[in-house]
Design a protein around this ligand. Structure first.
Ligand code: HEC
Ligand code: HEC
Length: 286
């Protein structure tokens, strides 16, 4: 396992030819090796144990550097607000085949307030659990006679950011019941299952080692409440699924495609695990 890490056999990473490539690779590997060691030392939690108790829940931004926290808190400095503003504009634009969102839902500040705290959620018509972006796309298809927006497209991110923004500061509030229990259990199981060449589970980092520093990153509790958000490393805005895929990639696990059931189920588990924690999207992260 370790020699694989060191020599990179079978990795999916592109070979870089810059003079600093090997140094960069080395520091990257060191970082993950640290975690592998932590992962081996810490006992694996029982998947049935309750997650982080409510009194110990912490926002993702609490683990960010002060300048990044300040950027998130200041609406004029927060780059994510550009997507919120774009979403606000799209809200009132009529779709080719029909009404605008505003045509049915009127003032988003009223009609969409608190909606994001309840997602992912079962859509009875589609008979599946959808995240907020998925729900917006269902409205486009059903109610606007329009094509669904492409996953991770600027317009879908913007509308999702705008709808989520109407719940900023409100606590997460998803309910697990007979309608979504299956999805929830699969999400939970995934969270505690080891994966990828690193052979680590989400829980190794985000349940057991939050607050620890790995070179430049402080591991947070892994909540989705800052997303969609702006990531400096991407120099752009992205969904929670994009952030989750980055963790898959770090573990050298196969990345599920956008909107895969596996990702929506994980999102549902994360949302429940964060119940009570206020939404801080648009978050800003390193
Ligand atoms: C090897 C450690 C590690 C593992 C395992 C890992 N992550 Fe992460 N994750 C990180 C780091 C580092 C970050 C960036 C710093 C932070 O926000 O925690 C991060 C960020 C996140 C975030 C964003 C938190 C925020 O507030 O912006 C979420 C959500 C997340 N991870 C979920 C997951 C899930 C779900 C899995 C399992 C599929 C997983 N992670 C596996 C290390 C890990
Ligand atoms: C023709 C009317 C109509 C239009 C246009 C419309 N919607 Fe909807 N929307 C509805 C109805 C009705 C529901 C609830 C019933 C259903 O369809 O499941 C709904 C539900 C929703 C929900 C879920 C609310 C909740 O409480 O869970 C969201 C989010 C949403 N719409 C967003 C949008 C967005 C964003 C747009 C524009 C891209 C849009 N809608 C356009 C009629 C519309």
């Amino acid at each position: 396992m370790l020699s694989r890490l060191l020599y990179g056999a079978g990795t999916a990473y592109p070979v870089r030819h810059t003079p600093f490539a090997s140094l960069k690779d080395w520091s990257f590997r060191c970082r993950w090796i640290c975690v592998v060691v932590i992962g081996m030392v810490a006992p694996m939690v029982n998947a049935m144990e309750p997650p982080i108790p409510q009194s110990a829940l912490k926002l993702g931004s609490e683990f960010a550097k002060p300048e990044i926290r300040a950027m998130q808190a200041d609406e004029f400095a927060n780059p994510g607000m550009l997507w919120v503003t774009r979403g606000e504009r799209l809200w009132s634009e009529p779709a080719a085949g029909g009404k605008s969102c505003a045509g049915c839902h009127a003032d988003a500040a009223v009609s969409m307030k608190g909606v994001a705290t309840r997602y992912p959620r079962l859509d009875t018509g589609a008979a599946r659990v959808v995240n907020l972006s998925g729900r917006i796309n269902l409205c486009r298809e059903r109610n606007q006679a329009a094509q669904p927006l492409e996953q991770e497209s600027q317009d879908l991110l913007a509308l999702t950011a705008y709808v989520t923004y109407q719940s900023r500061g409100m606590p997460m509030n998803v309910t697990i019941d007979g309608h979504n229990a299956g999805d929830f259990e699969r999400g939970r199981e995934r969270f505690y299952r080891r994966m990828g060449q690193m052979n680590l589970a989400c829980a190794h980092c985000h349940d057991q080692n939050w607050g620890r520093t790995l070179l430049n990153d402080t591991i947070s509790q892994g909540h989705g409440t800052g997303w969609p958000g702006y990531r400096l490393e991407w120099q752009t805005f992205g969904s929670l699924q994009r952030r989750l895929r980055a963790c898959y990639s770090g573990l050298r696990a196969e990345m599920p495609p956008y909107d895969a059931r596996e990702l929506v189920e994980l999102e549902l588990f994360l949302a429940w695990r964060a119940n009570g924690l206020p939404i801080e999207s648009p978050g800003v992260r390193r």
